[in-house]
Write a protein that binds this ligand. Structure first.
Ligand code: G1P
Length: 289
């Protein structure tokens, strides 16, 4: 029996250099896609996967994230007094149950591996999810839920993957598979940001993981890797010596919102997918073209 995945680590300390200057004073994770911050979609996706506790790994200048997930008493009172119940419902929809969220500060930008390691005491000794919020996913079944279901099926560690756009494998973690049959395959390796031409496959690591807690001891002594950062991928390679890793080609579409055009695409795609906005969005896009 596999242990249930209850907690998720959400690294949100990154500077958002590709979407500056907007991300100078607004955490990039709170930039809107249509009319909700990116994190709103990500938390919804994780809740649909059964996640009950979120550990945000934050950093300097990210205080607005904590405020977003708290009551804004004045605003809520004003909206209620004016009878703006629809807007009020939107404002409170993402609020956690008391105690459902923790915030831990990554005090230096040392890399994704270090960020995940910062959550070790709150995760404890159980399998957990990692969700990279730059990667916004549109899927019929929540992408994180697909990964959790794969974990329930085969146990061990699970990584969501997808085909990389041509010529872009060097920007991501890339997995190596032991044969490719169906969507869930045993992995034999992975490498962070391989130079073009050396990638072991075209499948990139999409930013949704279920990991076993043994990763923390490996992260604690992980040296710097690609880009001079402590890479989660490198510690996963170490853990693979002792535990199984499966790659799940998840069913859905990923938008990289850490990138200008990715964020634009996400806005267009999510607007077109909204029954209340689709017609107006289509008309506006047609008009612009
Ligand atoms: C991180 C991971 C990488 C993954 C990517 C997805 O890289 O290290 O393996 O493919 O997220 O966005 P980063 O984007 O932080 O450089």
């Amino acid at each position: 029996m596999t242990k249930r995945v209850r907690k998720a680590v959400v690294p949100v300390a990154g500077l958002g250099t590709r979407v500056l200057p907007g991300s100078k004073t607004t955490p990039k994770e709170l930039l809107n896609v249509v009319d909700r911050p990116i994190l709103s979609y990500v938390v919804e996706e994780a809740r649909a996967a059964g996640i009950e506790h979120f550990v945000f790994v934050t950093g300097r200048g990210k205080g607005a994230i904590e405020d977003y997930f708290d009551h804004h008493i004045e605003l809520e009172a004003q909206l209620a007094a004016k009878g703006k119940t629809d807007i009020l419902a939107d404002v409170v929809r993402d609020l956690p149950k008391p105690g459902e969220m923790s915030f831990v500060r990554q005090m230096a930008p040392l890399g994704l591996g270090h960020a995940v390691w910062c959550a070790r005491d709150i995760i404890g000794d159980e399998p957990f999810a990692v969700i990279l919020p730059d990667m916004l996913m549109m899927a019929k079944t929540s992408a994180m839920a697909q990964v959790v279901q794969a974990h329930e099926k085969v146990g061990g560690n699970i990584i969501a993957v997808e085909p990389a756009p041509a010529g872009e494998t060097h920007k991501y973690g890339i997995v190596a598979l032991d044969g490719r049959e169906g969507r869930l395959n045993r992995m034999t390796g992975m490498v962070e940001k391989p130079p073009l031409g050396t990638e072991p496959s075209n499948l990139l690591i999409s930013g949704r993981y279920v990991l076993q807690p043994e990763i923390f001891a490996l992260l604690a002594r992980q040296g710097k890797g690609a880009g001079g950062e402590i890479q989660l991928t490198d510690s996963m390679v170490e853990l693979m010596k002792a535990q199984t890793f499966h790659a799940l080609e998840y069913d859905g579409i990923t938008y990289d919102c850490g990138d200008k055009i990715g964020l634009l695409r996400a806005n267009v795609a999510f607007a077109l997918a909204r029954p209340d906005l689709a017609d107006a969005a289509r008309a506006a896009i047609r008009d612009l073209l």
